[in-house]
Design a protein around this ligand. Structure first.
Ligand SMILES: NC(=O)c1ccc[n+]([C@@H]2O[C@H](COP(=O)([O-])OP(=O)(O)OC[C@H]3O[C@@H](n4cnc5c(N)ncnc54)[C@H](OP(=O)(O)O)[C@@H]3O)[C@@H](O)[C@H]2O)c1
Length: 275
């Protein structure tokens, strides 16, 4: 079996750290890159896993920085000639932070920039490197799916009928504009985090269809999944699952054998219908 190369974004803590840990255990013949925007935090996380007898490698990656994304792409290309597993875990959330006074318009802009656009930029750079039998998993949230029900009927249709990346980009940009203008009541629901994750859920279907049409590579599966409500910094440690439990479904998606789901949203290792 050829060596598998895996990359996990935001791997220095929380669910990302647990995903790196699980992949290091599961991939018999592979290298798992724990990436982190902060080099010190990332290397400390690698050292922690080394104490458990695991051997993750480190690479810096800030999904908000195109230079950083390009450096990782160039490194993977020159060192391994490709990539087999990509777990887009990195994200931010204002939801759970008590007494956060960040204006909603700023929350909207920053959340879409990181959670949606940053994730998409990582895909643009790394998808050309994904080899046949590759697996991609984006971390999303059932909250994104629940938010869909709160959208105006017109926007629900727009999410459902989105066929191209540009369609989804427009939905995300319109959300930021309506947050800036204070006109959310015209259709968007009031959560920046949930809207960003709804964007990722929608783009997953579009990416999977586009990848399937690429006849130069076979059996690449692109899915997204909710890890559940997990005890991490993001939830101010209110989540009921441990990070290791939160990693179960993302790792399941990252290691699908052939003929797994494609373009789907999963929760608890099962496909959930969204829109
Ligand atoms: N926890 C839950 O209950 C829950 C539920 C549903 C979905 N999720 C999703 O699961 C994923 C992991 O969440 P978590 O709970 O583990 O969150 P977390 O503990 O807050 O960790 C988030 C990770 O993302 C990194 N990150 C943020 N912005 C980044 C950027 N621009 N570039 C690179 N890394 C960046 C953070 O790095 P720093 O340490 O440098 O900040 C950290 O490593 C997220 O996608 C989240 O939306 C979580």
């Amino acid at each position: 079996m050829s060596q598998k190369i895996a990359v996990v974004t935001g791997g220095n803590k929380g669910i990302g750290f647990a995903i790196v840990k699980a992949l290091c255990k599961e991939l018999q013949n592979g290298i798992v890159y724990l990436t982190s925007r902060n080099e010190e935090r990332g290397k400390a996380a690698v050292e922690e896993l080394k104490k458990e007898g695991l051997d993750p490698h480190f690479h810096q990656l800030d999904i908000d920085s195109s230079e950083s994304i390009d450096r990782l792409r160039d490194f993977l290309k020159s060192t391994h000639g490709g990539l087999d597993i990509l777990v887009n875990n990195a994200a931010i959330a204002y939801n759970y932070k008590k007494n956060d006074t960040t204006p909603f318009s700023v929350q909207a802009k920053i959340s879409i920039e990181t959670n949606y656009t940053g994730t998409l930029n990582v895909c643009h750079a790394l998808f050309p490197l994904i080899r046949s039998h590759g697996r991609v998993c984006h971390l999303t949230s059932m909250l994104g799916a629940l938010m869909y029900k709160k959208l105006s009927p017109k926007l629900q249709q727009a999410f459902k009928q989105a066929k191209t990346e540009e369609d989804v980009n427009k939905l995300m940009a319109d959300f930021v504009t309506s947050a800036e203008k204070g006109t959310l009541e015209e259709g968007y629901a009031g959560s920046a985090y949930c809207t960003s994750k709804a964007g990722v859920i929608t783009i997953t279907r579009i990416q999977a269809a586009a990848m399937s049409a690429d006849t130069s590579r076979q059996d690449i599966l692109i899915n997204c999944c909710c890890p559940g409500y997990v005890d991490t910094d993001m939830t101010s440690h209110k989540g009921t699952k441990t990070p290791d439990e939160g990693a179960i479904t993302p790792v399941y998606c990252a290691l699908f054998p052939s003929a797994g789901p494609n373009g789907k949203h999963l929760s608890n290792k099962s496909v959930v219908e969204t829109w």
